[in-house]
Ligand binder design. Structure first.
Ligand SMILES: Cc1cc2nc3c(=O)[nH]c(=O)nc-3n(C[C@H](O)[C@H](O)[C@H](O)COP(=O)(O)OP(=O)(O)OC[C@H]3O[C@@H](n4cnc5c(N)ncnc54)[C@H](O)[C@@H]3O)c2cc1C
Length: 364
């Protein structure tokens, strides 16, 4: 019998595991993917021409430590180094497809944004190092939870078969909407709880990011910040930013797609070419020959997005539904993804806020 089973090795699950392990609690972490980090994904990119490499953030890239105390404290505890998001020079704004981009100085968008040296995945690598391998089970996909009165029974798909565990308490550190869609809850769960899970959009799950790697940051040389905003319908990328490492070589521009998920899927074979074309229209001929183009479409990730998430909310949702704050099944079941956080829900800070709430509830 396990004491506490944490489902999901994203930032919320791992930060909670770290704190509970430090508190000498008997915990086990189960993760469906073959890697930890969930929406945090940094990929190593090597440039043969400059013989250097950097970590490209294909999920989150920015922290705002000035008003995010938990993430600031975690960065400090793990000994990570931050650097400012590059924001120097002219930004571009293109109002519609037929007009040329106009230049402006953007003193707002990234004024307070910071990035982690070595990529956002350093947060995950640092946390994983602090907990023993033996309590971390990757490639264990939760299928079924049953309330057995004094414990919860958990059924996972793992290694081509089903495995069953029993645990006194279970923490669901994954997006609520994924839970509603993919997990069977065998017990009288309040209809309000199931509705709250379904009604909670998974932050950024419908989005996709492009990363274009270049031998040098030619846009900086020409006085551009790398920021570009294209808010019109039909824009391939809706906004672009400088994604260079601190050393600036190899250099990279990254952007969030403006095309919705179904359009991206429809023109999947041309997406790379369309992306390069748009970057060239914005930054000129030097943008036409990237060393690499990487596209990460989160709407295609079964362990992040549901069908409903393919149409993202127009605005940042209000997270932290009261039903997701409560314990359920008589103090045995807890919810702990960033979407359950009341103040910073959706952000990395929210994942830590949710972990804090569950830590307090479990250790009271
Ligand atoms: C493109 C993009 C850009 C973003 N940019 C930023 C940013 O700049 N700044 C910021 O603060 N935030 C940003 N975010 C949000 C940030 O990534 C999230 O807030 C944070 O990573 C959420 O962590 P989490 O642990 O709550 O959830 P997740 O990272 O989603 O972790 C949930 C875990 O549960 C696992 N799982 C799913 N189903 C199962 C199952 N059935 N069984 C077992 N395990 C399962 C998943 O594989 C995953 O590892 C961005 C997100 C994306 C996608």
């Amino acid at each position: 019998m396990l004491d506490i089973a944490i489902i999901g090795a994203g930032l919320s699950g791992l930060s909670l595991a770290d704190r509970l392990f430090e508190d000498k609690r008997n915990i086990t972490v189960f993760e469906a993917r073959n890697r930890c980090g969930g929406r945090i994904l940094s990929r190593s990119i090597t440039s043969d021409s400059t013989d250097s490499s950097f970590m490209a953030d294909l999920g989150p890239a920015w922290l705002w430590p000035g008003h995010q105390p938990r993430i600031a404290a975690l960065v400090k505890r793990l000994g990570l180094k931050l650097f400012r998001q590059w924001n120097t020079g002219h930004s571009l704004y293109q109002a519609n497809a037929g007009t040329a981009p106009t230049m402006f100085i953007d003193g707002q968008t990234h004024e307070t944004s910071w990035r982690i040296r070595g990529g956002c995945h350093q947060l995950i690598a640092g946390l994983v190092q602090r907990i023993p391998d033996s309590i971390l089970h990757t490639q264990h996909r939760l299928l079924h939870l049953a309330d057995r009165d004094s414990y919860i029974e958990l059924v996972f798909a793992a290694g081509g078969s089903h495995v069953t565990y029993q645990s006194k308490q279970v923490v669901l550190a994954m997006p609520p909407r994924l839970l509603a869609d993919n997990i069977i809850f065998e017990a009288a769960s309040a209809p309000e709880l199931m509705q709250a899970m379904r009604d909670t959009p998974t932050w950024m799950a419908g989005h996709a990011k492009a990363m274009l790697v270049y031998p040098d940051a030619f846009w900086r040389r020409r006085g551009f910040s790398g920021n570009a905003f294209m808010p019109y319908p039909g824009a391939v990328l809706a906004d672009v930013y400088d994604a260079c490492s601190e050393q600036s070589e190899p250099a990279a521009l990254s952007g969030f797609f403006g095309l919705p998920a179904f359009t991206r899927e429809h023109c999947r074979d041309n997406l790379e070419a369309l992306t390069v074309q748009q970057m060239t229209r914005l930054f000129g001929a030097e943008a036409a020959n990237p060393l690499h183009v990487i596209i990460q479409d989160w709407s295609m990730e079964a362990f992040t997005a549901t069908g409903q998430d393919r149409t993202p909310p127009a605005e940042h949702p209000r997270y932290g539904h009261p039903w997701l704050q409560l314990d359920h099944w008589r103090d045995k079941l807890y919810f702990c993804g960033t979407e359950t956080a009341q103040t910073s829900g959706g952000y990395l800070e929210g994942a830590l806020e949710a972990g804090d709430r569950v830590f307090t509830a479990l250790t009271l």
